[in-house]
Design a protein around this ligand. Structure first.
Ligand code: ZN
Length: 276
């Protein structure tokens, strides 16, 4: 859990906003607000690289959200999502609900920093009408595979697949089931793109396996917007931080973070910080 916060705090704008927060900018009725207050009270903001007692932090988070009360097997991605949802709810004053995504609403700084809009696109192969269902997400979640790289996984994410035979979809215009081209289209990219590698693979309804593949990733990468929505810009991203789950098992997991500060990379392993 700490590794997630250590990566987030490596982002200058996020850190500045949190410092503004700790100076009493927002009210304190959400889980995130309580956590920021706790981190702040531990002196996190008073030093350039603050250290938080892991045990104290775990205990505190568990009080705010009992889902994270267990010491083992906490999924960093789940924790990150929770943090960002709590933060968005705090900043906007409205409980975040991705099902109620409104593309016309004025985005908050949290949305500008992290929110991705992905369009679920369906194109009828008979009448060629296109339906696009925009969805808000905090991470670009990519399926993983052996012998691949991040650019390859991204290309797979935006691929077009044809739904045919028993996968055909109902077309409102044709009034019948038709073959459909389906694809994910990025409609809006945030200032900081968080990519999530889906390494936890369900083998069946109960069992999950960790896919320990080595996945190559570049230090900078361009992501494109594939839909002519209101945010038609490509963005070139520099790698800023990585959260690493370094154990093969699922139950006993340990995360550490690699974060770039200026020209140097730091390894945050709980409270141990080293230059790499
Ligand atoms: Zn049609």
């Amino acid at each position: 859990m700490l590794s997630v916060l250590q990566c987030l705090f490596g982002i200058d704008e996020f850190r500045r906003q949190m410092m503004a927060y700790s100076n009493g900018k927002y009210n304190t009725n959400t889980g995130f607000a309580a956590i920021v207050e706790q981190i702040s009270s531990m002196g996190f903001f008073s030093r350039k690289f603050g250290v938080v007692s892991v045990k104290k932090f775990f205990n505190f988070v568990a009080q705010v959200n009992p889902t994270f009360g267990r010491q083992e097997g906490i999924d960093a991605h789940e924790f990150l999502q929770w943090i960002l949802i709590e933060l968005q709810s705090t900043v906007s004053g409205v409980r975040y609900d991705k099902a109620k995504y409104d593309p016309k609403a004025q985005p908050t700084w949290v949305q500008n920093l992290f929110e991705i809009i992905v369009g679920n696109s369906f194109r009828c192969l008979c009448c060629e009408s296109v339906t696009m269902l925009p969805e808000s997400a905090w991470t670009l979640s990519l399926d993983v595979d052996a012998n691949t790289s991040l650019p390859e996984l991204y290309r797979y994410f935006i691929r077009t697949e044809t739904l045919k035979l028993n996968e055909k979809k109902y077309c409102d215009k044709c009034k019948t089931f038709q073959e459909i081209d389906r694809s994910n289209k990025l409609m809006k990219l945030p200032r900081n793109l968080i990519v999530h590698m889906k390494r936890l693979f369900p083998i069946d309804k109960i069992n999950i396996k960790k896919l320990d593949y080595k996945i190559l990733f570049p230090l900078e990468m361009r992501f494109g917007v594939q839909s002519g929505g209101p945010f038609p810009e490509d963005r070139l991203y520099d790698l800023k931080g990585v959260v690493v789950h370094n154990t093969p098992g699922l139950k006993i997991g340990h995360y550490y973070a690699l974060v770039k500060y200026g020209d140097i990379w730091l390894k945050f392993d709980d409270t141990a910080i080293s230059v790499i």
